[in-house]
Design a protein around this ligand. Structure first.
Ligand code: DGL
Length: 268
């Protein structure tokens, strides 16, 4: 167990993902908690995590956590469904810091579905994880889940080629629409960037469920409970780390409307 981490309210929140996807969570946290400084880690060179083994995902998640903790982060947001569902239990055992994770939002979808059919678009790593299997098991007697792997979607998003995902999306979403789902859960933090395209493909009455806001709220709840919320308006500084091209990263931030003139951009 790694201890001695400075749990102080002024310290930054660490957020990591296999790449750019976690920025959909980061954006919500920046909106909800404007006093907080953020250190974002995009492990883009190792994306996609969704095609890796559980052990590889755990090792990468440990590496990302160690880096964020070496930068004195007070809490870690695992802004990746694949990393959460495969590694958060190990991370919580190994590190003495609060972790906030994200997993496909089946429960909220199950609470509101009328057709009792829900689509889940996620990575292979998430869909075959024990955590996903045990969560989905709780609903299977009442609800039919149409699970589809979003193969190659992350690859296109990572190179900023969002429009090229449209034919793939058509292929992945049509079995859900044909089955009569009334909700589609986006079980990967990269996918919210595809919502405009998804809306062009599916009928209007199908609800798209993305849990970015819920994760930001949960981050607030955990920080408050741990007495780690930054209540002072200090000179905050967000730092974005990527092990890929910083220019690609910056242009993606612009594309998704994250504007932060004070931020620092670093390679790791
Ligand atoms: N953003 C990720 C997730 O939420 C990761 C996808 C990947 O790297 O395959 O699952």
């Amino acid at each position: 167990m790694q201890k001695n981490i400075k749990h102080i309210a002024k310290a930054p929140i660490g957020i990591f993902d296999s790449g750019l996807g976690g920025l959909s969570i980061c954006k919500e946290i920046m909106k909800l908690l404007p006093n907080e400084s953020i250190i974002y880690l995009a492990d883009s060179l190792n994306a996609p995590y969704g095609e890796k083994t559980k052990d590889e995902i755990i090792q990468l998640s440990i590496k990302n956590t160690e880096l964020l903790l070496s930068l004195n982060c007070k809490a870690i947001v695992v802004a990746c469904n694949t990393a959460t569902t495969n590694s958060i239990a190990t991370l919580r055992k190994q590190f003495d810091v609060p972790f906030i994770g994200i997993e496909p939002a089946i429960k909220p979808a199950a609470l509101q579905t009328k057709t009792r059919k829900i689509g889940v678009l996620a990575t292979e790593g998430t869909l075959k994880s024990e955590l996903f299997l045990s969560t989905s098991e709780q609903f299977r007697d009442r609800i039919e889940l149409i699970e589809v792997k979003g193969e190659n979607l992350v690859r296109f998003i990572e190179i900023g080629d969002i429009k090229k995902t449209k034919p793939l999306l058509k292929k992945y979403l049509s079995p859900m629409v044909e089955a009569g789902v009334d909700s589609i859960v986006l079980g990967c933090t990269h996918y919210p960037f595809l919502i405009p395209l998804i809306k062009e493909i599916i009928p209007e009455n199908i609800l798209i469920i993305d849990s970015g806001e819920a994760v930001a709220k949960q981050t607030e709840v955990i920080l408050r409970a741990e007495n780690l919320l930054n209540k002072e308006v200090t000179q905050k500084k967000n730092v974005f780390y990527t092990n890929n091209d910083v220019h690609v990263f910056k242009s993606f931030l612009k594309y998704i409307n994250i504007r932060d003139d004070n931020a620092l951009y670093k390679k790791f």
